[in-house]
Ligand binder design. Structure first.
Ligand code: NIG
Ligand code: FE
Length: 389
């Protein structure tokens, strides 16, 4: 067993309220942290640090938990910049472009999809992300949905079966036939490669009855439930997420008071996707309203070629502060511990004893710089499972 003391930390954000200043971020000043193999073995003031095998001096940098990006669609081919350009000129986002990405993804090889996913994962790592959830949903047939999940599995254990993204063109006249396929052969083939099931429950995608059928089948196959809900219009997404005790309901742009109350009374995390609102020119989801009601909030990138071709969690934090009413502290918590909650994980998203040593050092004295200096490359170094790089 090797132990490393990381010292010279001006501000250590633990996201453990039992530590440091006792705030939700659990901030320790003039701090140090000990990594033993893959885990955090000690945190506290540098003055009291124990002896270790090796040492790294961060010379006054802030350290935060690695970001937990709990919502991405990273496995895809092609791009949709022309669609984005038309949105910037006023065209609405409808999800109709998903078919373009499905065609490009079906035409790509496993190796090509894997290499492209790898490049996106590397971009995310360079910006401090250490845990990534990845959804399928650009295959929409048995062969390609499972292929996407196999690619995703090479990068994360947080894989999500999203066969119910939209109805593919070949089933345009037979919605029920497609839902049968998703709940039948596609689910059976994909479930061994997935931890979660997700449905795009919204206008133009899947309705309440279809969503209910698909989530029930997924749960029956042993998958945990998550949901895309209430992005384009008000609908049954949040209500169903609460009914199914989903880990998370994501987007949450159009919520009634009943939705907010139901979320607050449940363990369902509301995952906000500021990058999607930015890139679709949608009105930003009201994060303040959710937090004030007592809802647990996460922030994720939603990285995909249509609604949010964005790999940067720091950018999402800056947008959440500027546009969704979160304080910088709430935004950082949502991007770390909140994301972990949305994945039912206690071993990531915090820097306290026993957690994975997933951390990012910032070229700044405080985490505040994440939202204060948007667009800067602030992450100077990161560790995942105790390994730098
Ligand atoms: O989360 N809303 C549905 N799915 C994705 C977008 C997919 C796409 O446009 O390619 C989302 O925003
Ligand atoms: Fe999404």
């Amino acid at each position: 067993m090797t132990s490393t003391l990381v010292t010279g930390i001006s501000e250590l954000v633990t996201c453990d309220p039992t530590l440091g200043d006792g705030s939700p971020l659990g901030i320790v000043h003039k701090a140090a942290l000990v990594i033993e193999d893959e885990r955090v073995a000690w945190v506290g003031e540098a003055l009291h640090a124990p002896a270790t095998d090796t040492q790294t001096d961060l010379e006054g940098r802030a350290v935060i938990p690695g970001f937990v990006d709990s919502h991405t669609h990273l496995v895809f081919a092609g791009e949709r910049s022309a669609e984005w350009e038309s949105r910037m000129a006023g065209a609405p986002y409808t999800g109709g472009g998903i078919a373009t990405t499905v065609a490009a993804t079906r035409a790509a090889s496993f190796e090509k999809l894997r290499a492209h996913t790898q490049s996106l994962v590397e971009q995310m790592r360079a910006q401090g992300t250490t845990t990534i959830e990845i959804k399928s949903g650009y295959g929409l047939d048995v062969v390609h949905e499972v292929l996407i999940l196999e690619v995703a599995r090479d990068f994360t254990r947080e894989t999500t079966f999203l066969g119910a993204h939209v109805i593919p063109a070949e089933y345009a006249g037979d919605r029920e036939g497609y839902v049968d396929l998703v709940c039948g052969e596609m689910l059976q083939t994909c479930a061994p490669f997935a931890r979660w099931i997700d449905v795009f429950c919204d206008t133009g995608a899947f309705d309440e009855a279809e969503t209910r059928r698909i989530l029930s089948a997924g749960r029956g196959a042993g998958l945990g439930v998550r949901l895309h809900g209430n992005q384009l219009e008000h609908g049954p997404g949040v209500r169903l997420a609460v009914e199914f005790a989903a880990a998370s309901v994501d987007h949450c742009n159009h919520l009634s008071d009943e939705d907010v109350e139901a979320l607050a009374a449940s363990d369902v995390v509301a995952t906000l996707l500021p990058g999607a609102d930015f890139s679709t020119r949608a009105a930003y989801a009201n994060g303040r309203r959710l937090l004030d009601a007592g809802v647990t909030v996460a922030i994720a990138t939603d990285c995909n070629p249509g609604s949010a071709y964005i790999t940067s969690m720091p950018l999402c934090i800056a947008l959440a502060v500027r546009e969704m009413g979160l304080t910088p502290a709430e935004a950082l918590y949502a991007a770390t511990r909140g994301g972990a909650r949305a994945l039912h994980r206690e071993d990531v998203g915090r820097l306290s004893v026993g957690a994975y040593a997933d951390l990012a050092a910032l070229d700044a004295p405080s985490y505040l710089h994440l939202a204060y200096r948007p667009g800067s490359q602030l992450v100077s170094q990161s560790w995942r499972r105790g390994t730098p790089g």
